[in-house]
Design a protein around this ligand. Sequence first.
Ligand code: G4P
Length: 531
Amino acid sequence: MSLEKEIERRRTFGIVSHPDAGKTTLTEKLLLFGGAIQEAGAVKSNKIKKGATSDFMEIERQRGISVATSVLAFEYEGIKINILDTPGHKDFAEDTFRTLTAVDSVIVVIDVAKGVEEQTEKLVEVCRMRSIPMIVFINKLDREGKDAFELLDEIEQKLHLKVTPLSFPIGMGYDFKGIYNIWEKNVNLFSGDSRKNIEDTTEVTNLQDSVLDELIGNDAAQNLRDELELVQGVYPDFNKEAYLEGTQQPVFFGSALNNFGVRELLDCFVTIAPTPRPKESEERLVDPYEMDFSGFVFKIHANMDPKHRDRLAFIKIVSGVFERNKPYLHVRNKKKLKFSSPNAFFAEKKQIVDISYPGDIVGLHDTGNFKIGDTLTSGEEIHYKGIPAFSPEHFRYINNADPMKSKQLAKGIDQLMDEGVAQLFTLELNGRKVIGTVGALQYEVIQYRLEHEYGAKCTYELLNVHKACWVEPEDAKSEEFKEFLRVKQRYMAKDKRGQLVFLADSPFSLQMTQQKYPSVRMHFVSEFENA
Ligand code: G4P
């Protein structure tokens, strides 16, 4: 198959949701449709179970699962689908944000009873900022939940999306009768007792047709006609261009657990979802159809087996083809590297592959060469951008608890930061190291992993920081900037890339600083162009 054809048939996406909305269940049902797994329950959830925050074995178990579920690939009607897993737990949000740099579109799952929840808001905001095409799936229609119109309103208000329903529920909870598929113009009826099979769908091209009354009863039929009229009146028609630009989001209703509404979602998805998209690099826009290979690292998994220092770097292929045993340029290190056993992912299995195409993810065994955000190419010196670091929420000093192991500690910290577990800041004044994380859970993970993987012990000390602000002076030589550096010396640090950071200790001091030094710009994201 030609490069063009291979690109055309690829869809790489992520499913995002608040924990428990049904992401794992939906993923599993999609794999069932693709024939990639044979039975429900085969996909292991990688979520941290409630109350397991201090159970390190649980975290380790989850790390194992999350390698297996990092990419779930399958074929459906000739389309190669790559689902990238995104952790739902909020303490791992940073990992999810990074994964979102590697997807071409997303499906947002919302629980019909709970509506829009906190994690969904944050994740959708990131997708919106990057104009990632989104499809919304409203799940658990077999349960009592919010009224469909109320929910669509809530999605528009809270997520700032412009929705258009492509399916519509007939009843809900106990009265849930089925789905009218606006996209295909047919009715799909629900029989609650069968969890696996889907009733035959019935084509209803004309809503006034009495077939509808026979199928679902007069009252429900009339109700549906009224509701669909309202849908037509209130919501715009589906516009594929607008969806692809990220300015319109189609909505589907269903029940993942009951395998209901999933096929409709999948059929529409493979038709409308984008093929691998061009990606901005610092130098130029790179098109997937270019013959020369390029890709970037968006995720690193280290030390799955502590006896061997093994790391798996996940690369999203942006352009050209990636081939086994060919030398590629690691742009940051200016080194050529060859990979004898690149992994591709199929459902939950890894396999060595000879060739991969744009949209695909390959897992490369690495001995410490890669960092998140690194670019790999056939030879051209380009740098992909767009894996920014966000200001952490928690900050603690990290101290060495075993003076005999300071080398191990330094190496461990270095590698865990490369993996993106947390962010490291080094204070300008005294060189002390500060670890910043999104969630408090990360500190326990780091401490545990330092001890078990590197034989190093650490302790933490609380540090009162409100936000890390990346500093950008209008003029680095100005008196104002010099004064800022002098007065705020105690609060200045460098991040791992050597960028200057101001650690503001309170919202008030941040505000005062901004007022006093207006020519010193403060960013809460490490990449200013995207801020
Ligand atoms: P997540 O990955 O988004 O965190 O959610 P997950 O799929 O694990 O689903 C969370 C819970 O919601 C699970 O129940 C799952 O069975 C249930 N669920 C998913 N889809 C539907 C649906 O369409 N209808 C109904 N009624 N429930 C649904 P659990 O009790 O937490 O786990 P389990 O013991 O069933 O695995």
